[in-house]
Ligand binder design. Sequence first.
Ligand code: SF4
Length: 190
Amino acid sequence: MTLEKTAAEARACTLCAAHLPLGPRPILRVSTTARLLITSQAPGTAAHVTGTPFNDPSGVRLRDWLGLTEDQFYDGTKLAILPMGLCYPGRLPQGGDLPPRPECAPLWHTRLLPLLPTIRLTLLVGTYAIAHTIGPGPMTNHVQNFRQHLPKYFPLPHPSWRTIGWAKRNPWFEEDVLPALKKEVTALFS
Ligand code: SF4
């Protein structure tokens, strides 16, 4: 099965439609040439409406962390995006989005990742992507120990507004992690 066909099947997926308040709209960006992969959480409502991932303040923050312009970030020949849940999962009663649908990554990551042979570095953005790939444990510890997972993985917090306070409490993130992250990403884009 080619990447193109498998991605088309993923975009037509309705497996967990009964659990999705806005209905299925799988959002992914994959190519056979991308060297950087972002494995994120799940699309938010803005991405659900527009079909464009990270076109919100979280995306602005993530691009700033990576040192990428919008044009670079959305250049699908260089950067792939595959969330843990491909569709918007809905809201928690207390605020914030529900977790990515649990059936999604076992179905689509399993089929799509082997079809991305040029990926050199995967950014694990948020607790769900980190736990799925690296294993359990506090997100903060995984991010602080990011060098253990290079050159294949780079764990990161989700770039939501909540990260602003977290980064203030963990100054090593801006002092140590972000410069190293920019260096890794720049090397892949050069
Ligand atoms: S969240 Fe994943 S499994 Fe559920 S409908 Fe969307 S693509 Fe299919």
